[in-house]
Design a binder for this molecule. Structure first.
Ligand SMILES: [Zn+2]
Length: 292
């Protein structure tokens, strides 16, 4: 009987442990021979890679590097160029990594004392098609969840946007609600303080989902003005920012995700991909183990 790792003592197809070794296959890039097995009960074959998360991948060696690049402010195309692989390889790795990050994230449970949430703005190819990113952060700087939704363009470009691309739904409230519902599911301790900026809709949403939890809203604009003045006054430099964790994480994500960098050439073309890129960031920020 061939020796298999602890996870593979059974046939992955039928669960029988009556199987024999039958040859190898060669993995070109890692230069290793992987043994194959033949199940005597169902006559199907399998290898140690059958149940592996990287099953059917040729360049498993690139996974950690692609992850590192994509969460260090590189675009998918730049990642491919730096690693000497094709765009398609890097793109497929992006999809795989984000799926894995999302799966791990959804199984996580968080114990938090404070919950911060806010919305960030981004765009879908053009400023005429803005996107909103609802983001929740805990007091220990873990990203608790993320939701991306479409919002209509505002201000002077609103009419141009409507003429060119038609009606655009406003998913801001829906996505914030989804985000908070998801956080409620993943919270271990059901009692914590919720903090956000003073957007009027938030009060209604929070009261609907967390009816009896303490909720504080802060006026962020006043704080920003104060900070701007303080730069020149040189009196008290450190002004306490009550929403620091969420503001810090938002600033970090703008730096680490290429498509969120301001005044960048790189934009999101598919809104789902923005969410995928953010899951990579969650995996990096929350230190998930994607490769073991
Ligand atoms: Zn079998």
């Amino acid at each position: 009987m061939a020796q298999l790792s602890i996870h593979h003592r059974k046939c992955p197809h039928c669960g029988s442990n009556y199987f024999v070794k039958r040859g190898y296959f060669y993995k070109q890039h890692t230069k290793t021979y992987i043994p194959r097995y033949n199940c005597k009960s169902c006559n199907k074959t399998f290898s140690t890679r059958t149940l592996s998360p990287t099953f059917k991948q040729k360049r498993t060696d690139l996974n950690p590097q692609v992850f590192q690049y994509l969460t260090s402010g590189a675009s998918i195309r730049a990642t491919a160029k730096a690693l000497g692989c094709t765009y398609k390889t890097a793109y497929l790795k992006f999809l795989w990594l984000s799926k894995r990050a999302q799966d791990i994230h959804q199984k996580q449970r968080f114990s938090l004392k404070e919950l911060y949430f806010d919305e960030m703005l981004s765009i879908e190819h053009t400023k005429l098609k803005p996107l909103t990113i609802a983001l929740a952060v805990s007091d220990s700087y873990e990203i608790l969840g993320v939701q991306v939704g479409k919002i209509p363009a505002q201000g002077k470009i609103a009419t141009i946007s409507r003429r060119k691309y038609g009606y655009r739904p406003n998913e801001s409230s829906v996505k914030t609600k989804d985000l908070l519902t998801e956080v409620k599911r993943q919270a271990l301790i059901k009692r914590f303080t919720i903090k956000s900026d003073s957007k009027p809709e938030y009060h209604r949403i929070v009261k609907k989902i967390f009816s009896n939890l303490p909720y504080e809203q802060f006026i962020s604009k006043e704080n920003k003005d104060k900070r701007r003045e303080q730069k020149y006054l040189k009196t008290e430099k450190h002004i306490f920012d009550p929403l620091f964790p969420i503001n810090h994480i938002c600033a970090r994500s703008r730096d680490l995700t290429k498509r969120l960098v301001r005044r960048s050439w790189c934009t999101t073309k598919v809104p789902e991909h923005l969410e995928r890129a953010l899951y990579l960031l969650i995996a990096k920020n929350n230190k998930y183990r994607l490769f073991s």
